[in-house]
Structures are given as structure tokens and as C-alpha cells.
Design a protein around this ligand. Structure first.
Ligand SMILES: [Zn+2]
Ligand SMILES: [Zn+2]
Length: 126
């Protein structure tokens, strides 16, 4: 049986899921993710759009165009930012690993955009 992963925003208005293995799990420390999420790093899970579904609360999702090719989705009720889609990867949905609520064993394979890692954090890239 294929594994299924469920997730939600902080308030639970939006519920999403994906099945089977993700295409990638990777931390990002780019400047855009940092400002969009108000966070030092974001761990992203990328799946094929065919694997992904919004199970509840689609009308609560607002999309912000963070660049000419990319949009970042957030819950209009609680503000949790947890989705990313881009014309660069038209058949993929990326979601924040932190919002996956199912117990899982997903682990990041590495860190992207390390050249944009902020000097002010005490966190380190291992
Ligand atoms: Zn919410
Ligand atoms: Zn990023």
C-alpha cells in the first residue's frame, strides 16, 4: 500500500495530503524563503501535482506572487505559509515539511542556497 501523508496549516482550516514518495526533501535558506516565512530556513517537500490534493479549505488558500514565475500559498485565516508552486516546475507542488502532521520519516537530503545563509543565526549547516 502506498504511504499517505497529511498536513494542515496552524488553524486546521486547510488540510492537504500526498501519497507515495516525495520527489525531494530539502532545506532552503534563500532570502526569499526567509522573508516569506519569517524564518531562518524552510524545509520543503516536493511532490508531483498528481500525488497532491487539497482535502479541505481550498477557499482559505491565498496565493502571493513572490516572483514572476513563483507563487507562495498561505492560509487566509491563520497566515501559515506552507505551499509553493512555480512555472519552473509546472507539474510539482512544494509544501513545508513543518506542516505535515502525519508521523513520518522524511529527512532533508541537504541545504539549498547556502550562499544566502544569514550570518546572524546561531544555527549551523551540518
Ligand atoms: Zn489556517
Ligand atoms: Zn528558498
Amino acid at each position: 500500500m502506498k504511504k499517505s501523508y497529511n498536513g494542515s496549516c496552524m488553524c486546521g482550516a486547510v488540510q492537504f495530503s500526498f501519497s507515495d514518495k516525495p520527489r525531494f526533501v530539502k532545506d532552503c535558506v534563500c532570502d526569499a524563503c526567509r522573508r516569506a516565512h519569517g524564518s531562518t530556513a524552510v524545509c520543503w517537500v516536493g511532490v508531483a501535482t498528481a500525488q497532491f490534493s487539497i482535502d479541505k479549505g481550498e477557499s482559505h488558500i491565498s496565493w502571493y506572487a513572490s516572483s514572476t514565475e513563483s507563487e507562495r500559498g498561505f492560509c487566509s485565516s491563520c497566515g501559515t505559509r506552507f505551499l509553493f508552486r512555480s512555472s519552473k516546475w509546472p507539474d510539482e507542488m512544494h509544501m513545508s515539511l513543518a506542516c505535515i502532521t502525519t508521523p513520518h520519516d522524511l529527512v532533508s537530503s541537504g541545504v539549498g542556497f547556502t550562499d544566502e545563509f544569514p550570518k546572524w543565526t546561531a544555527m549551523a549547516i551540518k
